[in-house]
Design a protein around this ligand. Structure first.
Ligand code: AMP
Ligand code: MG
Length: 267
């Protein structure tokens, strides 16, 4: 599985039109799903090791357009993982108290502590996405945030955090299909708001904001992956595989046993 072709190389300029959202890596769906199931068990094994080891922290950032598949990714990728070692934060529109602070204030308190894998369902990147698209603050203000965010993430990395960031990339047609389903299927109505149709009108502005985001903030230690996300199974397989690669790279180990327990017999 070649995940590296989906990684945004620092210094390269991303044009999303060149990234095929329907890419399936040439894999057959049944084979891909079987591979995904193996990777999920591997993630569960590595996550337990992360927890037991207790020296590292893992931050997973998910961003996407409306109906891009953030919730489905979380549900599927972490299906086998022990919930005790995982924390999910879904960043909604900031409260009055939150907007009265700097934009990183509400984010910092949710970063992972040692041994924990934290998932950001949306993140501080909303402050250069929705905020930019809707001009919620002036350009002079949001345009400085790419630099702050890089510095913030570098600080987390220097303090023992591993960061992996995923932009789930769907086509405009796929968004249409998914939004239509949310309207037509009563069990999906709760996911839909009329405002989502308004947001869809800003498709191009969002794509431009995504392009700048990944271009300006993908670094060697805090990389963005542009994940083709029209096909849920391939999206899930890629995200799971990237996380497993990251965790394997940490050299995780069980902590040494307490001295003098070898040979002890329990009566
Ligand atoms: P959902 O993910 O469908 O529950 O929607 C969450 C909403 O919160 C989306 O419309 C986001 O754009 C919005 N949101 C998240 N973070 C921010 C932010 N920093 N500023 C403004 N809106 C935000
Ligand atoms: Mg929504």
């Amino acid at each position: 599985m070649d995940t590296d072709r989906y990684r945004v190389k620092p210094g390269s300029k991303v044009g999303l039109a060149a990234w095929d959202p329907a890419d399936d890596g040439g894999l057959d769906k049944v084979d891909g799903q079987a591979q995904l199931e193996k990777e999920r068990f591997e993630l569960a094994r590595l996550q337990e090791l992360l927890y037991a080891d207790g020296r590292h922290k893992l931050l997973v950032v998910l961003q996407a357009i409306d109906a891009g598949g953030k919730d489905g990714t979380i549900r599927s990728v972490f299906e086998r993982v022990n919930p005790q070692g995982v924390e999910v934060t879904s960043f909604k529109r900031p409260t009055d108290v939150e907007v009265a602070h700097d934009y990183l204030w509400r984010v910092h308190q949710h970063v992972p502590r040692s041994g924990i894998l934290s998932i950001f369902n949306r993140s501080h990147y909303e402050d250069v996405l929705v905020v930019r698209v809707h001009g919620l603050v002036p350009k002079a203000q949001w345009s400085k945030r790419y630099g702050h965010i890089k510095a913030f993430e570098q600080m987390l990395i220097d303090e023992g955090t591993t960061v992996r960031k995923f932009l789930l990339h769907i086509s405009k047609e796929e968004q249409r299909v998914r939004q239509q389903e949310r309207i037509d299927d009563p069990s999906k109505n709760w996911k839909f708001a009329k405002a989502d149709l308004e947001e869809r009108k800003h498709w191009d502005a969002y794509q431009a904001a995504f392009e700048d985001m990944v271009t300006k903030t993908s670094t060697a230690a805090s990389p963005w992956y542009v994940i083709p996300a029209n096909r849920n199974w391939y999206r899930n397989l890629l995200v799971t595989t990237v996380l497993n690669e990251a965790l394997r790279g940490l050299g995780l180990r069980y902590p040494p046993p307490e001295e003098g327990i070898a040979g002890l017999v329990v009566n």
